[in-house]
Design a protein around this ligand. Structure first.
Ligand code: SF4
Length: 484
């Protein structure tokens, strides 16, 4: 069996190459690149790919590394113990004339395809009400949320702790300090498993696109891996992990990465909150150890912009008050990525949420449609059913009073109308009645039944108008911001 051994230090995860091949094949069974490589060649490719990956991490995380590379490439890669040549990375600064090495590109493509398969899973719920609602939320975010194209919409997130021990100043969901932890006791394990079964019954296989953290760091929970193993056994997917504590217990991190790969999870993420942490991480883990880990470089030197939500918002608010100004929410954005159920297992609370731009009303970057508590899985099931019934209708009802979202700009067109934001234009045109329908909808004071009646008087069949209204409904242009 070929094992990948470290280039820079003896300690490594030692995942066998056949396992790596297997999980990569799960990402893309058709990859010609993968098929043509022997195990030995694949080992060499992984070594090269992970060296390039590390080079990029250093460049993105540390401006001074970039400056050194530009002034003396060879001396810098040597000093940082990297095994890359300038040809391998030229594509980074010369993307028009240089291409990434094929293996690097193929490896990244496979990871991206795997990540996309989880997103596709999230959108494929067998619960048609949830599916239609999620689709509307995706469409709403696309035109409403800053960088809403990149916002993900996973169906469920479980918090296995109350709060978080890390205390990032920018925490987009304003996690409080770490409180209680949901340990894997016999009683808790039973509740957990029953809830996972409930998720599968309610949302179908799409529940497997969920994950087990939000305003929590997973590694604060000593039993995190046990919960993930149940998740995988019941929902068929080993959930992705994002942690800011990869160095809290490096051996545990190694075991988690190994377990994760064994169960077919191709991408975990480490959140890097300081340059020192990046340097320590690179000293502790070989490039190959982190082959299937994306670094989220949150350290100030990386220049990665933060959404103005949660704690970053509180800080921006203090600053704005000092300057006697208000926060400009035009680019507040969000870090939220759940369009579905956010469940805290410690206090047994549940919310139905969806991402939005952080604002005074929704400072955590998600809007809350419904919330409650539960004492067992059956209770949670009742909450979910009621929330699905109330908020996730597939089509408009006659009694719905329709109003365009207030953030949309209405503009009449010769054959219809458009609703726009800075990010996207929803166009409705090419049908005889569309222009008139837009004008009737614009004041926002009529029910569906009233609108149908108006058209009926002019002899336009209800079915035609209803179809047009439902098309608009599916694009998330009607205001459904929760009133609570
Ligand atoms: S960003 Fe993540 S790790 Fe940091 S405080 Fe918030 S929940 Fe914890």
């Amino acid at each position: 069996m070929n094992k990948i051994s470290a280039l820079t230090k003896p300690k490594t995860i030692e995942i066998d190459i056949s396992r790596i091949r297997y999980v990569l094949e799960q990402g893309n069974r058709e990859s010609h690149w993968l098929k043509k490589l022997s195990d030995q060649q694949l080992t060499q490719e992984i070594l090269k790919i992970t060296q390039i990956k590390r080079f990029i991490e250093k460049g993105q995380g540390d401006l001074s590394f970039r400056a050194k590379i530009l002034s003396n490439f060879d001396a810098t890669v040597k000093a940082f113990n990297l095994d890359v040549c300038s040809d391998d990375v030229e594509f980074l600064w010369n993307p028009r004339s240089a291409k990434p090495p094929q293996g690097y590109q193929e490896f990244n493509d496979i990871q991206s395809q795997w990540a996309q398969s989880i997103i596709n899973l999230a959108g494929s719920s067998s619960n048609l009400r949830y599916r239609a609602w999620r689709k509307r939320q995706v469409a709403r975010c696309k035109s409403q949320v800053f960088q809403g194209d990149e916002t993900q919409h996973f169906p469920v997130s479980f918090e296995l702790n109350k709060g978080c021990s890390v205390g990032c100043w920018f925490c987009g969901v304003a996690a409080p300090s770490l409180g209680d932890i949901f340990l894997y006791t016999a009683e808790n394990a039973q509740l957990w498993q029953e809830i996972l079964v409930l998720m599968k019954q309610t949302l179908g296989d799409a529940a497997g696109a969920g994950f087990c953290y939000c305003a929590t760091d997973p590694l604060d929970n000593p039993d995190y891996e046990k919960f993930l193993t149940d998740f995988h056994a019941i929902l068929g997917v080993f959930p992705q992990t994002t942690t800011a504590q990869p160095l809290k217990d490096p051996e545990r991190t190694r075991s988690l990465l190994k377990l994760s790969l064994e169960k077919g999870c191709l991408l975990n993420r480490f959140s890097i909150i300081s340059l020192k942490l990046l340097e320590r991480l690179h000293a502790e883990f070989t490039p190959e150890d982190l082959a299937f880990v994306g670094l989220v470089l949150q350290n100030p030197e990386s220049g990665l912009p933060k959404s103005i939500s949660g704690k970053a918002r509180e800080r921006a608010q203090r600053q704005a008050e000092k300057e006697d100004k208000a926060i400009n929410d035009d680019h507040s954005g969000t870090t939220a990525c759940v369009t579905g159920f956010l469940i805290n297992m410690v206090d047994q609370s549940v919310k139905l949420i969806s991402p939005c731009n952080a604002s005074d009303r929704w400072p955590l970057g998600y809007q809350i449609y419904a919330q409650g508590t539960f004492s067992n899985a059956a209770d949670l099931g009742l909450f979910m059913s009621a929330a699905i019934d109330q908020y996730m209708q597939i089509e408009v009802k006659d009694s719905d009073r329709l109003r365009f979202r207030p953030d949309l700009q209405y503009e009449s067109l010769s054959d219809g109308f458009q609703l726009s934001t800075r990010f996207f234009k929803h166009k409705f045109r090419h049908a005889d009645h569309i222009k008139q329908l837009g004008e009737i909808l614009l004041p926002g004071n009529k029910t569906v039944a009233e609108i149908l009646h108006l058209f009926n008087i002019c002899g336009v069949p209800s079915g035609q108008i209803r179809k047009s209204i439902n098309l608009m409904f599916s694009q998330g242009v009607f205001d459904d911001e929760p009133i609570t």
